[in-house]
Design a protein around this ligand. Structure first.
Ligand SMILES: NC(=O)c1ccc[n+]([C@@H]2O[C@H](COP(=O)([O-])OP(=O)(O)OC[C@H]3O[C@@H](n4cnc5c(N)ncnc54)[C@H](OP(=O)(O)O)[C@@H]3O)[C@@H](O)[C@H]2O)c1
Length: 273
């Protein structure tokens, strides 16, 4: 790929998507950034802001076509838009479930489908999926979010092998905690059932949902995470599919994998060796 690339980034109004957009511009790239409504991005000669709710399949396909026409090519697609829901599986409404699956799983699927022929035609590219360490393990009351990101990783791992012959690389980014609005104003909450109040108290110290909006959640600054993702895209000899981002990420993944291995090891035919 040339030094100056053409990027498309979803969910760019806030958090990691915004930080990635600014970092890509800073690095000399051209960007089509999508937001679903409000726009906080500054004017820039190499930036086009396009409206997209990634739940809309047709609009996602059109947005990729628009980006390709505007940029001339798409070197990097970043599927970043996403959010979480706090609630037990029993508590999840159909509408909330469909919206989360449409956003975190199907949105990246539609956008990946739309960009693959363009990247194949131009002889290569990179699809960056913003996943999470929560796509390796799970947490009670975050199961729907886990499910969408496990699904994202499932199709992305298969897709990586499918598109490698076309010169397209897939990167699955697994951040630990990021200091964004994800756990704050972006978080959605299922209607609580009292049967899970004790669990809510154990995990969060309160039965109250939505959470009171307090201090930012902590974790890695979005700018720092964006820098690591840009460095990963630039490192074309990096053979990893999954890329851990954040100091807390390796231990979280290790703990989740250990739990799975322990579970399989209860089957006497299974040897972790
Ligand atoms: N923060 C963390 O600790 C953390 C850890 C691991 C992974 N992640 C992942 O990182 C990604 C970015 O999240 P963030 O931390 O930057 O959170 P954020 O600050 O809440 O930003 C999320 C962005 O996604 C957009 N979005 C949500 N639903 C959308 C939809 N249907 N269509 C288009 N855009 C949509 C939001 O748009 P609006 O601004 O219009 O609401 C927002 O701009 C997400 O995929 C998240 O799951 C976050």
């Amino acid at each position: 790929m040339s030094a100056a690339q053409s990027w498309m980034i979803t969910g760019a109004h806030r958090g990691l998507g915004r930080a990635l957009t600014l970092a890509a511009l800073e690095a000399g790239h051209s960007v089509v950034a999508t937001t679903r409504g409000e726009r906080s991005l500054p004017e820039h000669e190499r930036l086009l802001v396009h409206t997209l709710d990634v739940r809309d399949r047709e609009a996602s396909h059109r947005a990729v076509q628009t980006a390709a026409e505007h940029l001339g090519r798409i070197d990097v697609l970043v599927n970043n838009a996403g959010y979480g829901i706090i609630g037990a599986i029993e508590e999840a409404s159909e509408a909330d479930t469909r919206s989360l699956v449409d956003t975190n799983l199907l949105g990246p699927l539609w956008l990946s489908q739309a960009v693959i022929p363009i990247m194949r035609e131009q002889g290569g590219g990179e699809i960056v999926q913003i996943s999470t360490v929560g796509a390796v393990g799970t947490m009670p009351l975050l199961g729907l979010y886990n499910a969408t990101k496990w699904g994202l990783e499932g199709f992305s791992e298969a897709m990586a092998a499918e598109v490698r012959p076309f010169g397209i690389r897939v990167s699955v980014i697994e951040p630990g905690a990021l200091n964004t609005d994800w756990a704050g104003s972006s978080m959605r909450f299922s209607a609580p059932a009292s049967a899970y109040d004790e669990l809510r108290t154990q995990l969060f110290g309160t039965t109250e949902v939505p959470w009171p909006q307090g201090e930012p959640s902590g974790g890695m600054a979005a700018d720092d995470a964006a820098g690591l993702i840009l460095a990963r895209v630039a490192a074309q000899d990096d053979q990893r599919l999954r890329v851990l981002v954040g100091d807390d990420a390796p231990a979280q993944v290790r703990a989740a994998l250990d739990l799975r291995l322990e579970d399989y090891a209860r089957d006497p035919r299974f040897s972790p060796e």
